[in-house]
Design a protein around this ligand. Structure first.
Ligand code: NAD
Length: 336
């Protein structure tokens, strides 16, 4: 049994609190911290078995009884809190991205050197039952040598312009999950990125300086070509699919829906829409993710993702932005 603290009690902090409380037997949450902790959130946390709530995350960092922290606060705090938690000897689960700034991520990489600490980054889609099955089929050689990887990732509805302004841009906020998925499915890094993008969904996103629709192509180290298609709006719900095509065949994952029932009538054939958004689609994946983090600490085994897995998709996102700005393919080594 390990003792954890949760830093940040917004959407994702509550998701991880729920997972630990309901399905992780070998961890207890001692403290949850958020500077904007409301009475309602504190009461909810206590109802989930959290023993103590505070507005100051240093109470978690300075508590010798706490073995691990989950950093679920706003992105601009992740690298600083990571550095403080490493100095205090805590194992860390950090939500994506570690930072938008490569130099700040490198500071975290450096701080971890020589320390016997686990550091896992929250790329939850690796723990989705569908995508994991595709990755396992590819890794087992069932599709042969990977040649084409296709990732479709479209949100049901766009975020607010206020969110867009602090998000780091679509490539670092949304596509970052797909960059990680390309690495996960290919089993290697990307070497080159080419991005085409537009503001087609909401003019306010364009006014906030971002794009909302993109096609990104990647060349992977193993020679495979990957294509990611993104949109901040899909009329039919959260569209999350992936396909790996190789010399021996293809592995493909389609969307999850509430049921797989098809209703056929004289007018046509209809079925359920995909599950609405990430909280619906990935709740089970979030549970597996945090459970595997805790198991890695308890059993002293490697975490499924490490700090380098946090850095690489950020490099891909920066390369994609450079590609868009300069209208050319950009090699990852250019942004190192
Ligand atoms: N892996 C995923 O699928 C996924 C999904 C959503 C969000 N995220 C990531 O999780 C992070 C949080 O996103 P969210 O959607 O939960 O946002 P949110 O705005 O709902 O919650 C963030 C919380 O952090 C708190 N906070 C800010 N500074 C803090 C500090 N110094 N100490 C403690 N708490 C602090 C805020 O008060 C807020 O309650 C972001 O980095 C985001 O990229 C990941």
């Amino acid at each position: 049994m390990i003792t954890v603290g949760i830093i940040g009690m917004g959407r994702i902090g509550k998701v991880h609190t729920t997972s630990i409380a309901t399905r992780v037997q070998n961890a207890r949450i001692k403290t949850a911290a958020d500077p904007f902790m409301t009475e309602e959130t504190a009461a909810w946390a206590k109802s989930m078995g959290v023993e103590h709530t505070t507005k100051d995350y240093h109470e978690i960092i300075n508590d010798p009884e706490i073995d691990a922290v989950l950093i679920c606060s706003s992105t601009d705090t992740h690298s600083q809190i990571s550095l403080e938690a490493i100095a205090a000897g805590k194992h860390i689960f950090c939500e994506k991205p570690i930072d938008h700034d490569v130099a700040r991520i490198q500071e975290v990489v450096e701080a971890l050197k020589g320390k016997n600490l686990k550091y896992m980054v929250g790329f939850n889609r690796r723990f989705d039952h569908n995508f994991r099955a595709v990755q396992q089929a590819v890794a087992a050689g069932k599709v042969g040598k990977p040649e084409i990887i296709k990732i479709t990732s479209r949100d049901p509805e766009p975020p607010s312009p206020e969110y867009v302004k602090v998000s780091g841009g679509m490539f670092l906020d949304m596509t970052i999950h797909d960059f990680d998925m390309a690495r996960f499915l290919a089993g290697c890094d990307a070497v080159e990125v080419y991005a085409q993008a537009a503001n087609l969904v909401d003019p306010a996103i364009g006014e906030a300086g971002d794009i909302d629709t993109a096609i990104i192509t990647l060349k992977m180290e193993n020679g495979a070509l990957a294509v990611i298609d993104n949109c901040r709006r899909a009329a039919y719900g959260y569209d999350q699919r992936a396909e790996v095509f190789g010399s021996l065949g293809m592995a493909a994952a389609s969307n999850d829906s509430a049921s797989n029932v098809q209703i056929s009538t004289a007018d046509g054939v209809t079925g359920e829409k995909p599950l609405f958004f990430f909280l619906e689609r990935y709740m089970d994946a979030y549970g597996r993710e945090v459970s595997e983090f805790v198991d890695a600490i308890v059993n002293d085994t490697p975490t499924p993702l490490g700090v380098e897995d946090g850095l690489k998709p950020v490099l891909m996102g920066i390369a994609a932005k450079k590609s868009l700005d300069e209208h050319r393919p950009v090699r990852i080594e250019e942004v190192l």
